[in-house]
Design a protein around this ligand. Structure first.
Ligand code: AMP
Length: 465
């Protein structure tokens, strides 16, 4: 099934066409680790997590890299307020971030790349930009990128270099800049700030170049998809294009720019600076992780989502409906254990419309509508005693596939696996390691007869009732 993806740069839905066969390289801007992450961050990271899992379900080999901004002005300012070193502060909140992502089931990122682990690569990029005439030095201040030298500056955001001064966030100020929109790629450190040796004096990287140094190292000069929330479009992503395309003289930096809409509160972006945020940790004290995931995926990734207690409680109710239906169908399917073995053949199954919606610029709300329609029909057929165990098995398989991408069905029936089943499963695992597939399959069939199924996941085999 052809997949279409909206590209912010061309402002078009484009057919997904990876640079190299079925391989997709994707980079998403990670957090600046100076505080706890809030559910606005979760909005963006859950959306990309589900998207990457979807691509994998379509047999793409995805390599997903996210940066960790563990050094920048915000971190230094916060550390100063708390009387801590910037390094300690960043390390603590980086750990908190991983913990939050783990509890949310965001586990598709292949590599978290810490900016401070790429200082030599950043210095090399700064030097090459100076050599090519794109960057200049302001003494005792730093090295700046000259946006007037890059003629396409503004192509992503639709802003011209003259308008660059309108940028709202993280602007590098210096009266000696050639153009108002020029941005620092290397900053001479002030006393007490973290610093690294460089040909221009002891300093630290500017923000935008952290990401291009990481992506050049991890992927090369060009790759497939770059993502983040809308606020990063300008100046951050605009500047990444300028830096990397100036360095490599290759265009485009990426084939698809994907931007998530904001999580808002009364129409205003949820953010640390506005103080209108709910941390992921606080949210999870009151709701299941599945609620947050369903809440996020019930809107299209590019649309804003306005947070309200009512909307979250609707997501809570829907998660319960999903779980109840899953369990009901599960019980029915158990009557014919072999039904669980029936493959839905993904996109060719009768659940095709779910996959079709995802293929249309990852339209999760419409795909979820297919799932909830299935629940309505399924429930009425169950109450009329018309749903056969075979159909129940198919539905169950489908819901498992949905859950692998979306993570919205809670595991309410925690089954303790009897000893004899566990022993058979480990015997099967041993045979699989010896590549004795036939014998292993026989054991699997025996286990199924006893009312359990084995799923081979990336974490190893999982046994379910
Ligand atoms: P930051 O830690 O501010 O650098 O943000 C990390 C990531 O979360 C970036 O991709 C942001 O654009 C995104 N983000 C921050 N706030 C929100 C929000 N309210 N809604 C959606 N995404 C957000």
């Amino acid at each position: 099934m052809a997949i279409k993806l909206h590209d912010t740069l061309s402002r078009k839905d484009k057919r997904l066409n990876p640079r190299s066969g079925k391989k997709i390289e994707i980079f998403v801007c990670g957090p600046t680790v100076y505080d706890y992450s809030h559910i606005g961050h979760a909005r963006t990271y859950i959306a990309f997590d589900a998207f990457v899992k979807y691509l994998k379900s379509q047999s793409y080999e995805v390599r997903y890299v996210q940066n960790i901004t563990d050094l920048d002005d915000k971190i230094i300012a916060r550390a100063g307020e708390l009387g801590q070193s910037a390094e300690t502060l960043a390390q603590n909140f980086e750990k908190e971030y991983y913990h939050d992502m783990e509890t949310l089931g965001v586990d598709s990122v292949d590599k978290y790349a810490r900016a401070t682990d790429y200082i030599p690569q950043i210095i090399s990029q700064v030097q090459r930009l100076i050599d090519k005439g794109y960057a200049y030095e302001i003494e005792k201040d730093g090295i700046y990128f000259d946006i007037s030298k890059f003629k396409n500056y503004g192509k992503l955001s639709g802003r011209t270099s003259e308008q660059a001064e309108d940028a709202v966030s993280r602007i590098d100020e210096s009266v000696k800049k050639r153009n108002k929109g020029d941005f620092a790629i290397w900053k001479i450190s002030k006393p007490g700030e973290p610093k690294w040796k460089s040909p221009w004096g002891e300093g630290r990287p500017g923000w935008h170049i952290e990401d291009t140094a990481i992506t050049e190292t991890e992927f090369g000069a060009q790759y497939d998809i770059h993502g983040g929330a809308r606020d990063l479009l300008f100046p951050h992503h605009e500047s990444e294009i300028a830096l990397m395309e100036a360095l490599s003289r290759k265009s485009p930096l990426v084939n698809y720019w994907t931007h998530t809409g904001f999580l808002t509160v009364h129409g205003e972006k949820m953010s640390k600076s506005l103080g209108n945020f709910i941390t992921i940790h606080e949210f999870l004290k009151m709701h299941a992780k599945e609620t947050l995931r369903l809440f996020v995926l019930s809107s299209h990734y590019r649309s804003p989502i306005d947070y309200s207690e009512q909307a979250v409680s609707q997501a809570d109710t829907n998660v319960k409906r999903l779980a109840e239906f899953y369990n009901k169908v599960g019980k029915l399917a158990q009557e014919t254990p072999s039904a669980r073995g029936i493959k839905n053949e993904g996109t060719n199954s009768k659940f095709r419309s779910f996959w079709q919606e995802l293929a249309r610029d990852f339209n999760t709300p419409k795909a979820l509508a297919v799932v909830f329609q299935l629940i309505r029909n399924g429930n009425s057929r169950i109450s009329e005693n018309k749903l056969t165990p075979k159909e129940a098995g198919q539905i169950l398989n489908f819901l498992d596939e949905v859950n692998k991408l979306f993570g919205i069905i809670p595991d309410t029936e925690t089954t303790s696996v009897p000893e004899d089943i566990a022993a058979l499963a480990s015997e099967r695992e041993k045979l699989r390691k010896e590549e004795k597939w036939k014998e292993a399959d026989k054991i699997r069939a025996a286990i199924e007869k006893m009312g359990y199924i084995i799923e081979d996941t990336s974490r190893g085999p999982e046994i379910k009732k």
